[in-house]
Design a protein. Structure first.
Length: 94
């Protein structure tokens, strides 16, 4: 099964654009029209889960904690936290 991704609203869209220029076959959905301004982390995770997508975010402060709570009750393809000044961190799904 091919991984599908959803960019969080806070993800630098230049990263997504550059990635898609190099690997256009990657299924990477932008947040425009999907994640409205002010949506909470749990709501964003629910959107990603309902669309079968791994959420990619820069939010290292709160999203991992919300993801941990989210997967206790529901299934989600995953969360990838892309640090701006550090390595990418994969948080495994239960």
């Amino acid at each position: 099964m091919k991984a599908r991704f959803l960019a969080d609203a806070n993800l630098d869209q230049d990263i997504v654009a550059g990635l898609l220029r190099r690997k256009p076959e990657i299924d990477f959905e932008s947040p425009q029209g999907i994640i409205p301004e002010g949506m909470t982390d749990p709501e964003v995770l629910a959107v990603a889960a309902s669309s079968g997508r791994v959420l990619v975010t820069h939010d290292v402060r709160t999203m991992p904690r919300h993801f941990e709570g989210f997967i206790h009750d529901r299934e989600c393809p995953g969360l990838s936290v892309a640090w701006v000044d550090g390595p990418e961190v994969e948080i495994p799904v239960k």
